[in-house]
Design a protein around this ligand. Sequence first.
Ligand code: ATP
Ligand code: MG
Length: 176
Amino acid sequence: MPPLRLFYALWPDATLAQTLSDWTAQARLHSHGRPMRPETLHMTLAFLGSVEKDIADELIDATPYHRLQPGTVTLDRYGVFSRPGILWAGPERTPDSLQASHDGLWLWLSAFGFVPPAQPFRPHVTLLRNIERNDPPADAPPPIAWHYDRMVLVASEATDGGSRYRVVAQSRPQPV
Ligand code: ATP
Ligand code: MG
């Protein structure tokens, strides 16, 4: 069986995805670029890359048992990663609770042989690709308080029309 390209993410509900699409539309006036489709919007917690099928199956089985502490992250600004040409929405400051969930997830993943990234966690939701300006729009729409209680494990699959995401497991929702 071929390996799977996997990542863990927070996935917005339809209402939040719609609000994020409004953020995309506003940013596009300034940055241009290619909007992400609303149903693909997410915040990556851990990118695993190519994972052999037997380990992938272990992760799929174990993911419902990983306890993600529920929390809130407030998206209140636009930002740019200029090298990949991405415009994103994210928090001005990473909440301690989200940082702890990120760190806890990587600790849990280390039991499966995964090594945490050297770079610091930069929580963001990619809204536009191939942007044409390196400065983000100065003003963002009103802040979005994103309440989350679970994470999803996603397989990223190459198709003719670009990457397609398939949710293959999710952690059990934790009581807030
Ligand atoms: P494509 O690469 O085909 O343009 P994509 O970037 O949406 O599509 P993936 O590369 O599979 O799809 O990435 C899935 C998610 O993981 C995205 O949120 C992406 O930003 C993030 N990601 C990808 N590579 C890394 C990496 N090396 N470190 C951290 N996050 C990554
Ligand atoms: Mg990519």
